[in-house]
Design a protein around this ligand. Structure first.
Ligand code: SF4
Length: 440
């Protein structure tokens, strides 16, 4: 068993992620006094848990140097978080002592008690140049100790919230680009309301004023077999807003086919009053390729219902999904115009490890690789890939598809172009990395 005097630290680059705070809470519960940081150069100690949430972290020289430094100083470096869906990549690029794959709570409890890695579930490590993976399983009961909340949590800003909190795990959806059903499963496991509210109070006590809910799709809290449990969802929002105040709570993501009148009423009464739908595409063909499972008419209905209930509808769109043709893209532009959402988020399809999209990218015909094919249409002079050009075009289009249209100013035009190029570059790098480890 490790000594309770061992120095244990938890960190994530640039953010106090919910996952890092959760792991810190488990370590504290085991009798240690962990510290948490979002400045990874501060990570020092006997055992370091590093939470990484972007595949690009695997290519970041600062993170590579940090892992090496921790080990050279005699520490054990353990990596978890969303990148752990590709343990081969994590081990191959960063060379940590251990990767905790997927749900890490049980593994961390066992690791911190000093168990041999081979006796800890959901782990991957190198032994004589062979990757050893221990048994994979998900805990049934997602009851956890309070997270380790840093004193300066109130200085954090993640899209307007100082922190996210988890209400449940899993999503019955099958979206080909999404990690949630692959990491957490398609069956919903929910935390108790009492535990969630205790956690909300703890965050508030540390100065958090605004928080957002995570958990696949918000209204699936305590749902079974895809049936929305409106009563449970109402109690959840009522409870949290009674502590935080309704203007300080957001429940961003809800599937368009998981809305009820009661859900809409609760979002209006107990949150900032926005719902974010994953629209993704206007083309039924592309939605099928994505395995989205929500016909575009359902999205139309959901947006209309939001407006009837005084809730602001927003949505995300994905461009450059393998198989998206020019005519599909034009349909997406049309649907963006028709829906006239209050806010939109546009991204190029990103192959996240463990998703069907990532598997497809590793084995697909290069003709479908829209993030690498040069664009030859209206934006040819800008030297963009096809996926970048579509993302850029959709960003420009979004300015006129708002309830109050706006002229795209020069600075905004440049910002959209920069963003489309950055996304394209990032995704080409991720694609290259995935193919290095998982092709063939
Ligand atoms: S509905 Fe949302 S959480 Fe569920 S699989 Fe699709 S993208 Fe993921």
């Amino acid at each position: 068993m490790k000594s309770r005097r061992s120095r244990v630290m938890v960190g994530a680059p640039g953010l106090y992620t919910y996952g890092a705070m959760r792991i810190g809470g488990i370590i504290r519960e085991a009798g240690f006094k962990p510290q948490i940081t979002r400045n990874i150069s501060d990570l020092r100690g006997d055992t370091i848990f590093l939470s990484l949430y972007s595949t690009l972290h695997l290519l970041d020289p600062v993170i590579k140097d940090t892992v090496l430094r921790i080990q050279q100083e005699g520490g054990t470096c353990i990596i978890g978080g969303p990148v752990s869906s590709g343990p081969e990549m994590v081990l191959g690029e960063l060379h940590p002592d251990l990767v905790v794959c997927g749900e890490g709570e049980e593994s961390v409890s066992r690791i911190i008690e000093g168990n041999d890695f081979s006796d800890c579930p959901n782990c991957a490590y190198l032994e004589k140049n062979e990757i050893i993976k221990t048994s994979q399983h998900r805990v049934e009961d997602i009851t956890f100790p309070l997270p380790l909340i840093p004193e300066d949590i109130a200085t954090q800003d993640i899209r307007g919230a100082q922190t996210y909190i988890e209400t449940h795990r899993g999503c019955f959806g099958r979206c080909g680009f999404c990690q949630v059903p692959r990491v957490f499963g398609r069956r919903i496991r929910s935390r108790t309301l009492e535990e969630i509210l205790t956690e909300v109070r703890a965050f508030q006590k540390k100065g958090v004023r605004k928080l957002a809910l995570i958990g696949g799709t918000g209204s699936l809290y305590r749902s079974r077999d895809g049936e929305v449990n409106s009563d449970a969802f109402i109690s959840l929002l009522e409870g949290i807003s009674s502590i935080m105040g309704p203007k300080n709570v957001s429940c961003p993501d809800i599937r368009a086919d998981c809305l009820t009148e009661e859900v809409l009423e609760a979002v209006r009464a107990h949150t900032i009053g926005w719902i974010f739908f994953g629209v993704e595409s206007g083309s039924e063909k592309v939605l099928d390729l994505m395995q989205k499972g929500i016909p575009i008419d359902k999205v139309r209905d959901a947006v209309e219902q939001c407006r009837q209930y005084g809730v602001k509808p927003a949505g995300s769109f994905i461009t450059g999904y393998p198989g998206e043709e020019e005519e599909d893209f034009q349909i997406t532009k049309d649907i963006m115009e028709e829906l006239c959402l209050d806010d939109v988020f546009i991204s190029i399809a990103e192959p996240i490890p463990s998703t069907p999209l990532a598997k497809q990218i590793c084995s697909q015909d290069p003709v479908l690789d829209l993030v690498s094919i040069p664009h030859t249409g209206d934006y040819a002079g800008l030297h963009l890939s096809e996926a970048e050009a579509r993302a850029f075009d959709l960003m420009l289009h979004s300015d006129v598809c708002r309830p109050v249209p706006r002229m795209t100013q020069d600075t905004q035009y440049k910002a959209y172009l920069k963003e489309a190029r950055k996304q394209g570059t990032d995704i080409r790098n991720v694609t290259h990395l995935l193919r290095k480890y998982y092709s063939g």
